[in-house]
Design a binder for this molecule. Structure first.
Ligand code: SAM
Length: 243
């Protein structure tokens, strides 16, 4: 806010609220400003971490892209949420909440965007890391990004599939499914149903990491999905079949 406007507001408050009211207004605004600066500082710090991650590999996974600005040949475009990547430290926090032995697991990012989550997950020893993305431009960027050399990579394979999430068949191995609120409840419901069918046909271990879990109710309606951990950015669930 420009200095002149602040001074004008202070003068207005002095005349309008009197000395006691003026002091209260100033105290409130200073508190607000300090609180807000802290939030901004935290956001900048997390951005810096993600930027540093990108720089260390030589990629760019930042930015926001609206669905309407992307080439998507799917009737589900109307249910999709815009591209915005999860902060690197948040992905790492989520991965730390999983059991330590992930060597047999396939990690899938539903709505993988530019592939940031794939690259962070690939630094863990997953058997496979797969991105599922329906926007042509984002898929192309993800393919390019995951092709960059990352000396910290430990996953055996990393790939990105250009497909609508509703058409993606989960591979027949233990799963970690990552969702950063990629789509609305209609598509989310279909994706969960497909996942459940796959788990019924081939019972195996399955975890879900759901960041910004807008439609968590779709999991909560089935008690076999147990919330095993929570984070300020979302939840981790494990599928526990009936004994
Ligand atoms: C919020 S971004 C998340 C990006 C990435 N997972 C991350 O956390 O950094 C949501 C992504 O889901 C994609 N998306 C939305 N609906 C989809 C669908 N039906 N099939 C595949 N991708 C979809 C969007 O194009 C966008 O890239």
């Amino acid at each position: 806010m420009p200095a002149k406007s602040i001074v004008q507001r202070l003068i207005t408050s002095w005349h309008r609220d009197g000395p006691a009211g003026f002091t209260a207004v100033v105290a409130k605004n200073v508190g607000h400003y300090i609180g807000w600066s802290r939030v901004v500082a935290r956001m900048k710090a997390s951005d810096n971490r993600s930027r540093w991650f990108d720089k260390s590999i030589g990629v760019d996974t930042g930015g926001i892209l609206e669905i309407g600005a992307l080439s998507i040949r799917s009737r589900n475009a109307m249910h999709g949420n815009r591209y915005q990547a999860t902060a690197v430290h948040v992905v790492e926090d989520f991965l730390d909440l999983l059991p330590p032995a992930v060597e047999e697991f396939c990690f899938i990012d539903f709505g993988a965007g530019k592939g940031r989550v794939l690259m962070v997950a690939a630094r863990r020893p997953f058997l496979k890391v797969v991105g599922v993305e329906f926007a042509q431009e984002l898929h192309a960027v993800a393919i390019d990004n995951i092709a960059h050399e990352d000396r910290a990579r430990r996953a055996k394979a990393v790939e990105c599939v250009h497909i609508d999430a509703v058409d993606f068949e989960p591979p027949p191995m233990p799963l970690v499914c990552y969702f950063y609120n990629p789509f609305g409840p209609t598509v989310m419901g279909v994706v969960i149903d497909r996942l459940m069918r796959s788990l019924r046909a081939q019972p195996r271990d399955a975890y879900v990491i759901y960041a910004d879990p807008a439609h968590i109710g779709l999991f909560r309606r089935d008690p076999r999905w147990r919330e095993i951990a929570s984070h300020r950015a979302g939840v981790v669930l494990r599928f526990v079949p009936d004994q």
